[in-house]
Design a binder for this molecule. Structure first.
Ligand code: DGL
Length: 267
């Protein structure tokens, strides 16, 4: 392993590609080795035990590749499993929750932050936990939005049904007059326009994908692991179910033709 080794980025499915896209943008010299657990997605309503077991299997698979750091691109895995799996790892690992929480605290002016995420992420209480550690006076309002992931996966990004669901989910956050909203699920940055239009332009949207890529850059820099060689990188993509559907989705999100994911069994 050296600074030309890859970055293992993983998620329960396709959503983590929003994080991979940010990493490609902010760290274009890094090679990404992506794993999406498309056979077992969604993780968003699963227990801590199950999510931790799945996360351990994914990490074992990625460690069999040449990786120098790991990015838990999934909010649910970051909330439920990161504290367990980071113990004993010999390479650095970063999740999406801490970077998102930190930016939200630095952004809010009225001290009222909203978090939208999967049920398991909201129930874990981790976003409010980190936010309160940084500033105990901040009020945090969480809202689980379980129907938004399937709508995104169905490609209903600009759709009246999605608009209606977003309106219903955000009503309570609007009532509380939050001024900052964390998009605490990998899929929600893809609904940024709809969410922004419905919550209103006085509310700042925090995209943990952006903050995580930034955090990764700082982490690699501090460990002397940034890649400075200009050789063109062939990213690698692995999934646990059909590679065809994933490859098509990935090509759209990453604006890259010819993405060919491989199906692997990590169990
Ligand atoms: N990747 C998950 C997250 O960010 C959303 C999809 C799922 O429920 O697995 O929480």
């Amino acid at each position: 392993m050296d600074n030309r080794s890859g970055i293992g980025v993983f998620d329960s499915g396709v959503g983590g590609l929003t994080v991979a896209a940010e990493i490609m943008d902010q760290l274009p010299k890094e090679k990404i080795i992506y794993f999406g657990d498309t056979a077992r997605v969604p993780y968003g309503g699963k227990s801590k035990e199950t999510v931790t077991r799945y996360t351990e299997q994914i990490i074992r698979f990625l460690l069999s590749k040449d990786v120098k750091a790991l990015v838990v691109a999934c909010n649910t895995m970051s909330a439920l499993a990161l504290d367990t799996v980071e113990k004993g790892l010999s390479i650095p690992i970063i999740g999406v929750i801490k970077p998102g929480a930190k930016t939200a605290v630095n952004t809010t002016r009225n001290g009222k932050i909203g978090v939208i995420a999967t049920e398991s992420t909201i129930n874990s209480g981790l976003y409010p936990g980190y936010i309160k550690e940084l500033d105990s006076t901040v009020e945090v309002v969480g809202k689980a939005c379980p129907l938004l992931c399937p709508l995104v996966e169905e490609g209903m990004i600009e759709d009246p049904v999605t608009d209606e669901m977003v309106r219903r989910y955000l009503a309570v956050l609007k009532e509380k007059e939050i001024d900052t909203l964390i998009l605490g699920c990998t899929h929600y940055p893809l609904l940024k326009n709809t969410i922004g239009r419905i919550i209103g332009d006085k509310v700042n949207l925090v995209n943990p994908a952006y903050e995580t890529a930034n955090g990764l850059k700082e982490l690699l820099l501090s460990k002397g692991l940034l890649n400075d060689d200009n050789e063109v990188k062939e990213h690698e993509f692995y999934v646990s179910d059909s590679a065809k559907k994933f490859s098509a989705f990935a090509s759209t999100i990453l604006h890259k033709k010819n993405i060919r994911a491989k199906t692997v069994n990590i169990e």
